[in-house]
Design a protein around this ligand. Structure first.
Ligand code: CP
Length: 307
């Protein structure tokens, strides 16, 4: 069934995932032949980003431009009338009046659900605090399928770093339980996956292990590394304690027991060494590029327009 909004990774069925991945694949192939696929000339996308972003905002905007559509944007609370005390509700009513679809990044968990409940145009959750980032999860899944064929193989996938606050992880694990895979969470005990997500994994009968030992990634097919997010810590000393705990580099990856790919939603700090940038295992720039194809697919799907 066609999607109305993209709010949480929990909303997707395996059928939705197969359809979005296939459409993304067709778009990637098509963009190798031409620069634009002008299907959305009549439509306007609004991007509302009230937390910092490079990839998500630019790839949504590039996706709309490559589909021939138009973009309006509001970036940073300080440059919108929210800074003058306007409510988010009133801001959203304006977005509804001026555009056909919107992508929202907001520091408060559940902000996009509130938006979708109050306006009639499709809403895309482009990251809500430490909650979810479902479109990132879709491009992550696309990347895993492209490099490791998750739909055909039984994969072992390691998540490394800030698993407690990592919204990309919270979303991706909810897609992975539609596939035959085993998850390994590598983090300090203080940054372990929250109870809510542990319960979801158990309800969905996902096989998973938790460890502090980074060497556990050597038995995996995918190492999904995340940044320790300074902005999520109330106490800066806590952040300092964890920030350089795990570093994935060429010498570690070359000891892997099977073909391993290293993913990262980016931005990265020290946790993925630059000596992997030109190593076959380092697929994080391809991963970010895949965001363009997947977000083009989502814009078409949500606006009900065929490729
Ligand atoms: N992966 C991701 O969400 O990157 P940005 O914060 O740059 O959008």
């Amino acid at each position: 069934m066609a999607l109305k909004s993209v709010l949480s990774a929990a909303q997707f069925t395996r059928e939705d995932l197969d359809r979005i991945l296939e459409l993304s694949r067709q778009i990637e192939l098509e963009l190798q032949k031409r620069k634009t696929i002008p299907r959305l000339g009549d439509y306007v996308l609004a991007t509302l980003f009230f937390e910092p972003s490079t990839r998500t905002r630019l790839s949504f905007e590039a996706a709309m431009h490559r589909l021939g559509g138009k973009v309006i944007s509001s970036v940073g609370v300080q440059f919108s009338s929210l800074a003058k005390g306007e409510t988010l509700y009133d801001t959203l009513k304006m977005v509804e009046a001026y555009s056909d679809i919107c992508a929202i990044r907001h520091p408060v968990e559940g902000a996009s659900q509130v938006a979708a409940a109050n306006i009639k145009i499709p809403v895309i959750n482009a990251g809500d605090g430490a909650g979810e980032h479902p479109t990132q999860a879709l491009l992550d899944l696309y990347t895993i399928e492209k490099h490791c064929q998750i739909s055909r193989n039984r994969l072992k996938i390691a998540f490394i770093g800030d698993i407690k606050y990592g919204r990309t992880i919270h979303s991706l694990i909810q897609l992975l339980w539609h596939y035959d895979c085993e998850l390994v969470f590598i983090s300090p005990p203080e940054l372990r996956l929250g109870e809510r997500y542990i319960r979801l994994l158990q309800e969905n009968k996902v096989i998973y292990t938790e460890t502090e030992n980074i060497e556990a990634l050597l038995q995996c097919d995918v190492a999904y590394v995340t940044r320790i997010q300074e902005e999520r810590f109330a106490d800066h000393r806590e952040y300092e304690r964890f920030k350089d705990r795990y570093i994935v580099n060429r010498s570690l990856v070359e000891r892997a027991e099977r073909k391993l790919i290293v993913m990262h939603p980016l931005p990265r700090l020290s946790e993925v060494s630059t000596d992997l940038d030109d190593h076959p295992a380092g697929v994080y720039f391809d991963q970010a590029q895949n965001g363009l194809y997947v977000r083009m697919a989502l814009l078409l799907e949500l606006l009900g327009v065929k490729l």
